[in-house]
Design a protein around this ligand. Structure first.
Ligand code: FES
Ligand code: FE2
Length: 352
């Protein structure tokens, strides 16, 4: 018997070919990226155009003009509607054609309709529900409670990887890869202690060593000066909250990864890092405008760290994807039990 041969179950379900469960809220853009100029995005092979109407409300439509299926994102916003670049047809936020500039008196407006997506603007991001519209109201977006909270300083980095989303979430759930980030001193000595699984999430608890401790007002300088960092034990909790990721390192750091799977071999995502100011009660007694000023001024203070981590991770997962494309029968040797759970959850969700 060939022990390296894939089992029949594995052959039946190849995780690198897994689809997404569309009945969740995915993150397709940052709030600030959506203006009154149309923005084209792709979520799991579906072209979607985002824009702000005259009230500033974000609208999301299929990125195809009902006339000849040119991308509406090439056009412009006129009032609350989109105007196609090609022949100037206009489409309402409901996806209906409202104007054809050269319509003859004896002609009627075409009744064809393009798809409209449930979309929400929350916590600095645009969340979109590509599945059954009726379910959108019943399932809340994951959200980022720290985004508006005055005690947290945010930083956002963009991930754009030519790889299936499973490679990215496996990277994020496998804290043994601190080895890759040694020069950034992100964390050290991770050890998986426990895993909890449900149909919608995996929580993996690691013990680890952290270099950073935010307990003095100047501690934030540790993000810039390695000499100020000292190793100490901290719990490291990472969760696959399908389809996104949430993590915390001790009390001081929270990180999220918000997924926008583009297609089978391309994933975009936003990595969002928060440094807590919870250890400074005197700061909390200051006025709200002052605290907001501090929060806004320090926004992006972990940019170098976050971008550095992303730049190290992306080539790893792209290599994995490439190796799979070259030989999909070759199985990697995985020792981290958390990844077995992650793959099971992707499979469960894909089959729902
Ligand atoms: S293709 Fe859009 S107006 Fe003709
Ligand atoms: Fe990493």
């Amino acid at each position: 018997m060939n022990l390296d041969a894939p089992t029949s179950a594995a052959r039946r379900f190849d995780i690198r070919q897994a689809g997404i469960n569309p009945n969740h809220w995915y993150v397709v853009a940052r709030s600030k990226e959506v203006t009154n100029a149309p923005l084209g995005v792709v979520l799991w092979q579906q072209g979607i155009v985002l824009y702000r109407d005259s009230q500033g409300q974000v609208q999301a439509l299929e990125d195809r003009c009902p006339h000849r299926f040119v991308k509406l994102s090439r056009g412009c916003v006129v009032g609350d509607e989109l105007e196609c670049a090609y022949h100037g047809w206009r489409v309402s936020a409901a996806g209906k054609c409202t104007l054809v500039p050269y319509l003859a008196e004896n002609q009627k407006l075409p009744s064809s309709q393009i798809r409209r997506y449930p979309v929400r603007e929350q916590d600095g991001f645009i969340w979109l529900f590509p599945g059954d519209r009726a379910l959108a109201e019943t399932i809340p977006p994951m959200g980022l409670p720290e985004w508006e909270h005055l005690n947290y300083i945010g930083t956002v980095s963009m991930i754009d990887a030519k790889a299936h989303f499973s490679y990215l979430i496996e990277n994020l759930m496998d804290m043994y890869h601190g080895h890759l980030h040694q020069d950034y001193q992100a964390w050290a000595s991770a050890e998986l202690e426990a895993i909890a699984e449900t149909e919608t999430r995996i929580d993996a608890h690691y013990t680890a060593q952290s270099y950073y401790r935010i307990d003095k007002i100047w501690s934030i300088a540790q993000l810039f000066f390695p000499k100020l960092r000292h190793l100490h034990p901290e719990p490291l909790d990472v969760s696959y909250v399908y389809p996104h990721w949430a993590a915390s390192l001790g009390e001081d750091f929270k990180i999220y990864c918000l997924f926008c799977p583009v297609d089978l071999t391309h994933t975009r995502a936003y990595l969002v890092h928060f440094t807590s100011l919870n250890a400074f009660p005197r700061l909390h007694q200051r006025s709200i405008p002052f605290r907001r000023f501090v929060k806004n001024r320090l926004f992006g203070s972990a940019q170098k760290l976050l971008d550095g981590l992303v730049n190290q991770d992306v080539p790893m997962i792209e290599d994995e994807q490439q190796a799979y494309l070259e030989n999909s029968e070759r199985r990697p040797h995985e020792l981290n039990q958390a990844l077995v759970s992650v793959q099971q959850l992707i499979r469960t969700q894909a089959e729902l």
